[in-house]
Ligand binder design. Structure first.
Ligand SMILES: *Cc1c(COP(=O)(O)O)cnc(C)c1O
Length: 424
């Protein structure tokens, strides 16, 4: 058999060439090229990042940052984690993609592991996707399949005000923000948004025309807003009584982010499905829908959904490696401890009016509308944080953030707030 060898490993890597230019092509040069080549949906990027290690990243101008956003709750083990990197590399060097006409040991083992950590009952199953929105799309189709009968069709899907479930059309129908939705009307029909955290409004809305209720245990994009105590239990009772599905979107809160495998993990409730994505692959793209029990799992049958890349050997190996490190290095206990330390420190800072969240998903409010200016001051001072609202800062750092690194930020924050206010 003839083997092609047009490209050999001795060729100069096209990627290496780009990073070799560090110091020669400035961040400003790259951003000019970005704006004339990449679609403008994200606005202007804040920096051009070229390298990361642990909780640190470096930009094209060589400046170092402490990453307190973790790629928006994605880089669970920080950047370039050696174990995850080596598992991904060796999987790719062994078997990278097979299509869903086939399966692979890593896909099966990851499905089993997700069922284990979510304490899913017998009959539970996993569908693999490539992103949060795709996991939500699968959940949306699951909800549509809870269709009721011709006499009593279930057409209503309930989501909350402030909800963020993604940007594809089905996920966007569930997302509440009018500015995201309006340009793309009409969206898939039947979704109603009810006031956040209002148990009476929920009970009034869930009826026998309801196919499903979608909830985030903590609304991340809305500024790290936890559901009030008792809300999930009330939602479980109302949906069970009405024959509706309870679907928990743990794309941001799942996989150790709150110091537990799932944010909903200690509530004692069994949902009908959960969605996972952001932290699951330790930075590698992967999403998942876990359906709980045989009834929910039986709603989507052969031929009713699919994906080319979903559940491929490399992505599932990345997730297995991430879960292995989180488990074997007792990361979740540290997430709880460092998170508590950060929240206590933040609460003591002048100008911080409220601190919310669990584990290392933290939101805090300021006494003035200066959050975007704090993000800017943070970048200048070498800290990456995020402002989901005009007076709210969100932190979702790597789960391996150390107490010392948390303290660096706490020590710097008063000056960042002052700089931001001076800039007003
Ligand atoms: C980020 C997010 C999504 C969408 O995930 P993508 O990977 O960006 O498509 C959905 N739900 C929640 C709660 C999220 O935080």
């Amino acid at each position: 058999m003839k083997h092609s060898s047009e490209n050999t490993v001795t060729d100069k890597s096209p990627v290496q060439e780009l990073t070799d230019t560090r110091g020669h092509i400035t961040g400003a040069d790259w951003l000019a090229r970005y704006s004339s080549s990449v679609l403008g949906v994200f606005g202007a990027p804040q920096r051009v990042l070229v390298r990361g290690s642990g909780c640190l990243v470096w930009d094209a101008d060589g400046k170092e940052y402490l990453d307190l956003l973790g790629g928006i709750a994605v880089n669970a083990l920080g950047h370039a984690h050696p174990f995850v990197t080596s598992v991904i590399s060796s999987q790719l060097a062994t078997l990278g993609h097979v299509s869903n006409f086939f399966t692979s040991p890593t896909q099966i083992a990851l499905a089993e592991k997700l069922l284990e950590i979510s304490h899913a009952p017998a009959g539970s199953r996993v569908f693999f996707a490539n992103s949060g929105a795709e996991a939500i799309e699968a959940a949306f189709k699951l909800a549509r399949r809870n269709a009721g009968s011709a006499a009593t069709p279930r057409t209503k899907i309930i989501a909350l005000e402030g909800a963020f479930h993604g940007r594809t059309m089905g996920a966007l129908a569930l997302t509440a923000k009018e500015a995201y939705r309006a340009p793309f009307a009409p969206l898939p029909a039947g979704v109603v948004h009810i006031p956040f955290g209002d148990i009476e409004a929920l009970r009034a809305a869930v009826d026998d025309t309801t196919a499903a209720v979608f909830l985030e245990p903590i609304q991340g994009e809305a500024g790290v807003r936890p559901l009030p105590a008792g809300y999930l239990q009330a939602a479980r009772e109302a949906t069970t009584a009405a024959g509706a599905l309870l679907i928990l979107d743990e794309v941001q809160t799942g996989i150790g982010r709150t110091g537990k495998w799932l944010a909903s993990g200690d509530t004692g409730i069994v949902p009908d499905a959960i969605t996972l994505a952001k932290g699951l692959g330790g930075g590698f793209p992967i999403g998942a829908l876990v359906t709980f029990g045989p009834v929910a799992s039986g709603l989507l049958t052969a031929g009713q959904h699919g994906t080319t890349f979903g559940g491929n050997p490399v992505a599932t190996a990345a997730a297995l490696a991430t879960l292995h490190v989180l488990e074997n290095q007792h990361v979740l206990a540290r997430v709880r401890a460092v998170g508590e330390h950060l929240r206590a420190g933040l609460a003591g800072i002048h100008g911080v009016t409220e601190v919310r969240g669990e584990g290392l998903l933290i939101g805090f409010d300021l006494d003035a509308d200066v959050a975007p200016a704090v993000v800017q001051a943070g970048l200048d001072a070498g800290f990456i944080v995020n402002s989901p609202g005009p007076r709210t800062i969100r932190l979702a750092p790597p789960l391996i953030l150390s107490t010392e690194q948390a303290d660096q930020f706490l020590a710097a924050l008063p000056a960042l707030l002052q700089t931001a206010k001076d800039a007003q």
